[in-house]
Design a protein around this ligand. Structure first.
Ligand code: 9D3
Length: 231
């Protein structure tokens, strides 16, 4: 699959493209990433991408014309088959289901907002969807787009090195209640560190007991850290 990033900070992505899952997937040819500088689609000699909000208010907004021009130029005839995503704090919350949906697209174009936001006509008439990565304030869409690219990229067959759809699940399910569970706590050597011992059951080799311990430990950890998943 191909990711397109539309941004005023093209250099932001260079280390992300060289490292980790995304970097390896690019090298192996499983995914392609194209960075597009929004200023390439401005008309004035100052390459202006922002303007003041109608109705007044603090800060500047991303103006619509360069964004519409960029998407049209980058996708051309392939527009209908691609998914155009506006990264914005006002978007729908990104989750694993959204990542899986995007991983099934041949082309995904991520528009990275900056300033106080983007002219609403981009969300209304250009983007297919508007995505937020969480309820906190970022300085712009680039970091959010990198996160989306990582989560989506690792679902593309051949990227993480396992095409088995079961490993696509980031959350396990409680085998008795069917609820989402966090992973259980895990331990490696040494069996005792600074007086803190690894749970005895994990050293026994009793697989049935270990399975039950892990399920219970995952339930406890989920209740403690993610009460929203327990409801
Ligand atoms: C007046 C309030 N504004 C700033 C304190 C709102 C605001 C404007 C621009 C908040 C964030 C941003 C820039 N953020 C993004 O472009 C963004 C984002 C985010 O802030 N949180 C979670 N996901 C995303 S995706 C893009």
């Amino acid at each position: 699959m191909t990711f397109h990033l539309v941004t005023i900070f093209p250099e932001f992505f260079s280390s992300i493209l060289e490292h980790g899952v995304v970097g390896r997937a690019i090298k192996s040819g499983a995914i392609q990433v194209r960075i597009h500088n929004l200023r390439d689609w401005t008309q004035d000699r100052h390459k202006t991408v922002d303007d003041r909000p109608f109705g007044g208010g603090e800060g500047m907004l991303m103006k619509p014309e360069p964004v519409f021009e960029a998407v049209a130029a980058v996708l051309g005839e392939r527009r209908a088959a691609a998914r155009v995503v506006l990264m914005s704090a006002q978007g729908k919350l990104f989750d694993q289901a959204a990542a899986r949906r995007l991983s099934e697209c041949e082309e995904v174009l991520l528009i990275c907002g900056r300033y106080e936001g983007v002219d609403e006509r981009v969300a209304e008439h250009l983007a297919d969807e508007e995505i937020s990565v969480g309820d906190y304030v970022l300085s712009g869409g680039e970091l959010a787009a990198a996160l989306v690219m990582d989560a989506v990229g690792r679902l593309v067959p051949g990227v993480v090195g396992n095409a088995d759809s079961t490993v696509w699940e980031s959350f396990r399910r409680d085998e008795e209640t069917g609820r989402l569970l966090l992973d259980c706590p895990q331990f490696t050597r040494p069996a005792e560190y600074r007086g803190w011992k690894v749970p005895e059951v994990l050293l026994t080799g009793n697989h049935e007991q270990i399975r039950r311990w892990r399920l219970e430990a995952a339930r406890e950890k989920t209740a403690r850290n993610r009460p929203d998943l327990v409801k």
